[in-house]
Design a protein around this ligand. Structure first.
Ligand code: DSN
Length: 438
């Protein structure tokens, strides 16, 4: 019997090739990163750190982990790196456990303002259950409200302030975060998961001179395997020379067991790739594509949160058309061959389950080699889908969402016009490989 899993993987590859991916946190990896991920490194246990393992047979794994650590240190110009976190959420957990005692205060951007659950969302994550959390938000221009942040910091004296985002289209002013953190004596942690590739290429200011600790996932704009890395800056080590050791201990034995060695090697390969001039070109193209997409969408009458983007992503705000339309448009876009994700908008009038926004970004399409003219075409398709969704929308959908969304989905699945767009999108997308340096 041929295991059906292989056919499903082929189907998924076809789906990725024939669709346009706009989820800003996803990326396609190079064939080299891919081959490392399916290598024999998967078969080795290596609990501990280089030359300090709890298992024998790690002479080569030590060299691989050393390479990964040293390449990341060089790329970011930081004195300490840990590449073992399984992903971003446990990496943030390890940082908090290294810097705080349970019950101490953590400050981060609210989820509804573009922060991450692990930046202190109350109740539903460890970050809100084990620590007292205070959340800051956005000003009337949809930018981080530094006045509110400073006021809350003075009032609550947080131990840690997180400067990090997952759905925020603007540049982060790390120097301003630093001023506030210094005033209240807080540790400053940057979560740059979304923007790492931009930082490496100089397309976003680096947090290194300003913060104590940096966390990044490795599979977003960094274009590596699914995983994460933690860096401590010289500033962080000057404040506590043992900070690196504390983070190491918070990862293992604190939170994790054996590192995923294939991932570690994948991070090493991705770090080498990110040091190439071609990667800088890639990051610049992400930005050009994002600007072009933002302009084209706005020229077609769609509203963007904050009226644009300064990084790789943007949020389409559909609340003026109809509150809660994001959930339906995201579904209709998927039917039409373009996958993105629904997202809340600032002051979301409905809920995170039926939000009024769509989050889109350009890392995936740029990796495939799409350029500015392609962004204009994508904007045209998105606008067509929004219009079709508006006209197909059920009037009752605002009152009782769940059953009606189901009804909307059934309708969208059969919609001839959405299917016609999908044909066009597929023919277009098939022309682009999943990964190219061009
Ligand atoms: N899930 C990631 C994102 O989509 O931004 C963050 O963890």
């Amino acid at each position: 019997m041929v295991d059906p899993i292989f056919d499903l993987i082929t189907q998924e590859e076809t789906r990725q090739r024939e669709m346009i991916g706009l989820i800003p946190s996803e990326n396609h990896i190079s064939p080299e990163v891919s081959s490392v991920l399916s290598s024999c490194l998967n078969s080795k246990y290596s609990e501990g750190y280089s030359r300090r393992r709890y298992y024998e047979g790690n002479q080569i794994i030590d060299q691989i982990e050393d390479l990964a650590v040293n390449r990341v240190k060089k790329l970011f110009d930081v004195p300490y790196v840990n590449v073992q976190p399984y992903s971003g959420s446990p990496a943030n957990g390890a940082i908090y456990f290294a810097l705080m005692q349970p019950g101490e205060t953590l400050m981060g951007l609210a989820l509804s303002s573009g922060g991450h659950l692990t930046h202190g969302h109350p109740n539903v994550t460890f970050s809100g259950r084990y620590f007292k959390t205070v959340q800051y938000g956005l000003d009337s221009q949809a930018r981080i409200d530094f006045d509110q942040l400073a006021r809350l910091a003075r009032e609550h004296k947080p131990k840690v302030i997180v400067a990090g985002t997952t759905a925020y289209p603007f540049v982060l002013d790390f120097a301003k975060f630093r001023q506030i953190a210094d005033e209240v004596g807080a540790w400053l942690v940057a979560d740059i998961s979304h923007i790492t590739g931009l930082v490496v290429a100089g397309e976003h200011p680096s947090p290194v001179p300003h913060v104590d600790v940096i966390m990044s996932t490795t599979h977003k704009t960094f274009r590596g395997p699914r995983g994460a890395m933690i860096m401590v800056t010289q500033r962080g080590l000057d404040r506590d020379k043992d900070l690196g050791k504390k983070i190491d201990a918070a990862i293992i034995p604190g939170l994790q067991g054996g590192p995923h060695n294939a991932t570690t090697a994948g991070i090493a390969v991705a770090a080498e790739e990110a040091s190439r001039p071609a990667f800088i070109k890639y990051a610049k193209q992400i930005r050009t594509n994002a600007d072009t997409l933002a302009e084209a969408l706005q020229a077609k009458g769609l509203m963007l949160v904050g009226s644009g983007t300064e990084n790789h992503l943007m949020l389409i705000d559909l609340s003026a058309i109809s509150p809660g339309l994001g959930a339906q448009v995201a579904y209709a876009m998927d039917v039409a061959g373009i996958y993105a994700n629904r997202n809340t908008v600032p002051n979301e009038p409905v809920s995170p389950f039926y939000p009024s926004g769509i989050r889109i970004g350009t890392p995936l399409v740029t990796t495939r080699g799409m350029k500015a003219k392609d962004m204009k075409q994508i904007a045209t398709w998105i606008q067509q889908v929004v219009e079709l969704t508006q006209s197909a929308r059920l009037p009752e959908v605002q009152a009782e969402r769940s059953p009606f969304l189901k009804e909307f989905r059934a309708k969208a699945d059969k919609d001839k016009k959405l299917r016609a767009i999908r044909q066009e999108v597929s023919a277009f997308a098939r022309e682009f490989p999943l990964f190219t340096w061009k």
